[in-house]
Design a protein around this ligand. Sequence first.
Ligand SMILES: NC(=O)c1ccc[n+]([C@@H]2O[C@H](COP(=O)([O-])OP(=O)(O)OC[C@H]3O[C@@H](n4cnc5c(N)ncnc54)[C@H](O)[C@@H]3O)[C@@H](O)[C@H]2O)c1
Length: 343
Amino acid sequence: MRLLVTGGAGFIGSNFVLHVLRERPAWRVWNLDKLTYAGNLENLASARGDPRHQFIKGDICDAAVVERTIADQGIEAVINFAAETHVDRSIADSEVFIRSNVLGAHVLLDVGRRRGVKRHVQVGTDEVYGSLGETGCFTEETPLAPNSPYAAAKAAADLLCRAFARTHGYGAIVTRCSNNYGPFQFPEKMLPLMIANAMHDRQLPVYGDGMNVRDWLHVEDHCAALLLALERGRPGEVYNVGGKNEWRNLDVVKLVLRRLGKPESLIRFVADRPGHDRRYAIDPSKIMAELGWAPRVAFEEGLSRTIAWYRENAAWVANVTSGAYQDYYRAMYQVDEQGRVRR
Ligand SMILES: NC(=O)c1ccc[n+]([C@@H]2O[C@H](COP(=O)([O-])OP(=O)(O)OC[C@H]3O[C@@H](n4cnc5c(N)ncnc54)[C@H](O)[C@@H]3O)[C@@H](O)[C@H]2O)c1
C-alpha cells in the first residue's frame, strides 16, 4: 500500500505512522505536514532513516503540493490527521481552523478523487455531536451539533466526505473518536498539561467546576481502529471510536496528582471555557461489530505509561514548548512568572 498520511508529525498522526511501520512492514508512507507549532519531527525520530517513510513539509491547503505528492508517488490511500486541534485557540481565532480543517480537507478529497485514490479516511472527533446530558451516548446517527469553532470546522469536513462518497462514489470514510491520550501529545492539551505542571509543582488550572466528563482512549487503540477503518471500512460510512471510559476532568486531575505523589492543593479552578461541552460519551458498537475493533489499554495502566513517558522525555517537552508556547500559556491562564494561575 502506498499511503499518504497528512498531519503525521502531530500527536496522533505520528503515533499512527509508527504504528503502520510496525504493523504493515510492506507499506510505504508519505507524510505531509506543515509543521505548525503542534507538529514536531522529534515524534518520528525512531523512523529516521527508514526508507519506507518519507516526510514532506507542506500545507494540505496547497493543491499543487497535494496533487504532486499523490500523482508522483502513485498514492493509493489517504488518511487525514492534519488540522488545527485546540478548542481554546479556535475560540480566540477561528480563521486558521476553517482554512486547514475545512479547505484543507476539501483539497485532499478533491485531488484524491481526481487522481483515483481508492481509500480515504478523515480522522474526526466526537465533538461534532455537541454535548450530552447525564445519560446516553453518541451513536453515528446522533445529529451533529458542534459548539466550538473547532468542532464546527471538523463537522464541515465530515459532511464533505459524505458528499464526495454519495456524489462521486469516492472511497471516503469518517471516524469520530473521543479524547486521546498517550506519548507525543502537545502539552497545551489537558492530560500532558496536568502531568507537566504536577511534575514541576506548578498549579493545575481546571476549567469551571471540573465536572465535565470526557471518554478517554489510549492513542494506540485509536491507531488500531484507524488502520481497520482504512483497510476494511465501508466507503461513505461513519465509525465512532471510544473506550467506554468516562471520567470527570477533576477526577483525572486528582488521579494524576496521586500517581505523581503531589498534593491536591495544586488544583486551581479557573473561569470556564465559553461553550464548554458538559459530557461526551461514545457508543463504539458499530466499529466493534463490523470491523472487530476493541480497546486494549486499560485507562489506569495507560495513564501510568503516559506519565512515565513524560517523565522520561523531559527534553522532548522542553523542545516543543518553545517561547511562543510559553507566551500563549501565560496569556491563556494568566499565569505569573512563578507559574501561579491568577484567573
Ligand atoms: N487529540 C484528540 O484527542 C483527538 C480526538 C479525536 C480526533 N482528533 C483528530 O485527530 C487529528 C489529529 O489530532 P492531534 O491531536 O494529533 O493534533 P495535533 O495538533 O497534535 O497535530 C496536528 C498536525 O497537523 C499538522 N497540520 C496542521 N495544519 C496543517 C495543514 N494545513 N497542512 C498540513 N499539516 C497541518 C500540524 O503540523 C500537526 O503536526 C485531528 O484531525 C483531530 O481533529 C483528535
